[in-house]
Ligand binder design. Structure first.
Ligand code: GLU
Length: 443
């Protein structure tokens, strides 16, 4: 076994992220009184696929990459979720991300289950041709398990419309049909939806405006960690809405300017230099320091585990909008809640991305495409109604919005399962009538 194969094996044991993802979920299930037997089903992914992907590199050597796809739950429809290219990708992470997708899709009120995929790779070290071969090989390995009515991948960290185009093209070659709904997040000219590129941030922005109103936040300052697709678009939207964005960061570092950063100019700078770092007229800070700046709205839009037990106490924001998946640990969530900081949890805040993915899939099935205005209108309606559902559940159960989000999602899932008659095969007299989905404390 080579060193890198050993490292990959080590990563596969990592279950920490998934275990911590379960903490608020269990809390919600307890408050709701979800039956233990149903919990046992929901705590396990339906299918986990690990593939080895040999790729010929530009120098004619062959490298073997490891790819993952976890299809967590398909009780409500085909599974859905992005594909991540990152050196830290491992099965535990993909499992947690697939778990979050499951609840995100229910909260977004779209007819899907949850999945996630990834490849353990540093895409910055590969040429474009190598990335294309890797992406196509990933689809070859997973083709029997995906499809428009089975499992529909999309972009995630370090994947984009171009990667989706390669993957769609490869899938179409394999099945011998021009199937477009097998992937979402495609380029608009190749079966994509207008508005998909900005959807994650725009959805988050709609409910940020709503939350500001509902929670009575008057100060118009923001800090954003992460300047990829979601972070950059959010910075732009907030800037245009009159917010002063005082701090931002990306993987190379952070910047601060107390009077507000000129976001359009910063976007030009990032496009030119590849980073926000070194933007003239700003002070250099670390990416972690962005989280602690004096700004009313904090948007973590990078990776997991950024707001932790260690720094949560120093968060000064009044509202945290989780555009990243899993940026706040369960311990940190408790601290923020006690401090009275409102958190729009990831499974609500970043659901705009998968919502417009759903619109894309619908358009693909119909072969008829909507205007950007239509997409925005439909997205806004869905986001605002998801916000209300989550906020109402949180208020009703006197808990934080993350727990409220899981409560709302669990209630909806149970409602469907009751119709599906999950216990139909049970023939013991009297047992059928039992309230199987909720336990004796069930509400
Ligand atoms: N990767 C995005 C997410 O985490 C989008 C998923 C999708 O569009 O299917 O929600």
């Amino acid at each position: 076994m080579t060193e890198s194969q050993k490292k990959e094996k080590e990563k596969e044991k990592n279950d920490d992220l998934f275990q911590s993802a379960l903490i608020p979920f269990r809390k919600a299930a307890d408050l709701l009184g979800v039956h233990e037997e149903l919990m046992n089903i929901l705590l396990e992914p339906k299918r986990m696929i690990i593939v080895s992907i040999p790729v010929t590199m530009d120098d004619c050597t062959t490298k073997v990459f490891r790819g993952y796809r976890v299809q967590y739950n398909d009780m409500l429809g085909p599974t859905k979720g992005g594909i991540r290219y990152h050196p830290d990708v491992n099965i535990g992470e993909v499992k947690a991300l697939a778990f979050w997708m499951t609840w995100k899709c229910i909260i977004a009120d779209i007819p899907y289950g949850g999945a996630k995929g990834g490849i353990s790779v540093n895409p910055k070290e590969l040429s474009k041709a190598e990335l294309e071969r890797l992406s196509r090989a990933y689809v070859q390995a997973l083709a029997p398990f995906i499809g428009p009515n089975r499992d529909i991948p999309a972009p995630d960290v370090y994947t984009n419309p171009e990667v989706m185009a390669w993957m769609t093209d490869e899938y179409q070659k394999i099945v011998g049909q021009p199937v477009f709904g097998a992937f979402t997040g495609k380029p608009v000219v190749f079966g994509g939806s207008k508005g998909r590129d900005i959807a994650t941030a725009l959805g988050g922005f709609y409910i940020t405006e709503k939350a500001v109103d509902v929670f009575g936040i008057t100060e118009k300052t923001a800090a954003i960690q992460g300047f990829g697709n979601a972070g950059m678009t959010m910075a732009h939207l907030l800037h245009e809405a009159g917010y002063s964005v005082v701090a931002v960061s990306d993987s190379k570092g952070g910047i601060y300017q107390k009077d507000g950063i000129d976001i359009p100019k910063l976007i030009e700078h990032k496009k030119k230099t590849g980073s926000v770092a070194g933007f003239p007229g700003t002070k250099k800070i670390t990416s972690r320091e962005v989280l602690e700046q004096d700004a009313a709205i904090l948007v973590p839009a990078a990776l997991e585990n950024q707001i932790t037990e260690e720094n949560a106490d120093r968060v000064k924001a009044k509202l945290v909008v989780e555009l990243a998946n899993g940026p706040t640990t369960p311990e940190a969530s408790e601290i923020l809640f006690k401090k009275g900081i409102h958190v729009l949890p990831d499974i609500l805040a970043n659901s705009g991305g998968v919502t417009v993915s759903y619109f894309e899939w619908v358009q693909n099935q119909m072969g008829y495409y909507w205007s950007e205005e239509e997409v925005r209108e439909k997205l806004k309606e869905k986001m605002l109604s998801a916000f209300d559902n989550v906020n109402n559940a949180a208020n009703l159960f006197k808990t934080d919005m993350r727990t409220g989000a899981y409560i709302h999602a669990l209630q909806k899932l149970i409602e469907v399962l009751k119709y599906k008659g999950f216990t139909a095969t049970c023939t013991i007299p009297g047992k059928m009538e039992q309230k199987w989905f909720l336990n004796s404390h069930g509400k």
